[in-house]
Design a protein around this ligand. Sequence first.
Ligand SMILES: Cc1cc2nc3c(=O)[nH]c(=O)nc-3n(C[C@H](O)[C@H](O)[C@H](O)COP(=O)(O)O)c2cc1C
Length: 325
Amino acid sequence: MVLPTLKIGERLARFPFVQGGMALRISTGVLAGAVAKTGAVGTIAGTGMTLDELRSEIRIARSISDGIVGVNVLFAARKFAELIKTAISERVDFIVSGAGFSRDMYGWGKEASVPVVSMVSSAGLARLAQKLGAAAVVVEGAEAGGHLGTSRSVKEILPEVREATDLPVIAAGGVANGYEAADLFAMGAEGVQLATRFIASEECTAPEAFKHMHVATPEEDIVLIDSPVGMPGRAIRNRFWSDVQEKGMRLPRDVCRSCLKRCSGRFCILDALDRAQKGDVDGGLVFSGSSASRIKEILPVREIVRRLVEEASERLRGLQAEPAH
Ligand SMILES: Cc1cc2nc3c(=O)[nH]c(=O)nc-3n(C[C@H](O)[C@H](O)[C@H](O)COP(=O)(O)O)c2cc1C
């Protein structure tokens, strides 16, 4: 078995690896551009940015590479529509909504001929995405970092999604290296999305303290938190996490910036992610996938992709050589 071919709309990726979008300002234009330059797929996270900032990040990515770059925006964000429309006007290669399903987005994408990629966590949602006109689906399991739409493992959901759609399927959640990615390719995925692995990269613009949190994190420190978005999120245990568990924090009304369409008010997600992104990795919320326990070092993006390709190819060749039972 060789590496599969990943097509998003009309564009063919040289390598079937996607760097997932990471808010707030964890996956910016520099990271997405560096990933696209290798022949893999980069994603800028637009959530929490101003429209001008998002425009500028897209142009930064474009100045680094003419490879495949998309934009991800959290569906729950109040500025969801404006940010997605800004990405469309900048002619990104695809748009994707995080933590929620937007029907409107398909119309916007179709009108401008910008492919829509949908995050799904079940066969039903994959069928719906195909019916609405998605160009590909990302099936994300509970191993992933950030907001989670399911408590099931990616390996449990992938077969039913593969069965339900003939769109390109990109599997995501908990992948630390090419060997692990190969298992998902062998199950029928055309692409594998990784996010946490790319935090521990030289090009990620997050502070060093934030990046180091994602290297060799003890497994028991990668935990779940109830996000005010109304979903659980996977994050790293720190003082902020303990405070939320112990004090059950409530958001004082006067600090609310109305960033979400709906918010439980438990804590301010914008403030919590912003703090961590600015380097306060104990007092802020540090999202992370379960793969952080198996990531060993911070590497240049080029080397991360080179190893992913080499390891996945080696494992797939091995699987082919194994006698069928
Ligand atoms: C710090 C961080 C922030 C994230 N932010 C977003 C986001 O804004 N939108 C989204 O759809 N997914 C987000 N994710 C999920 C990733 O895009 C990706 O699908 C997932 O983390 C893959 O699993 P992995 O991190 O184990 O590789 C985030 C993940 C992390 C680790």
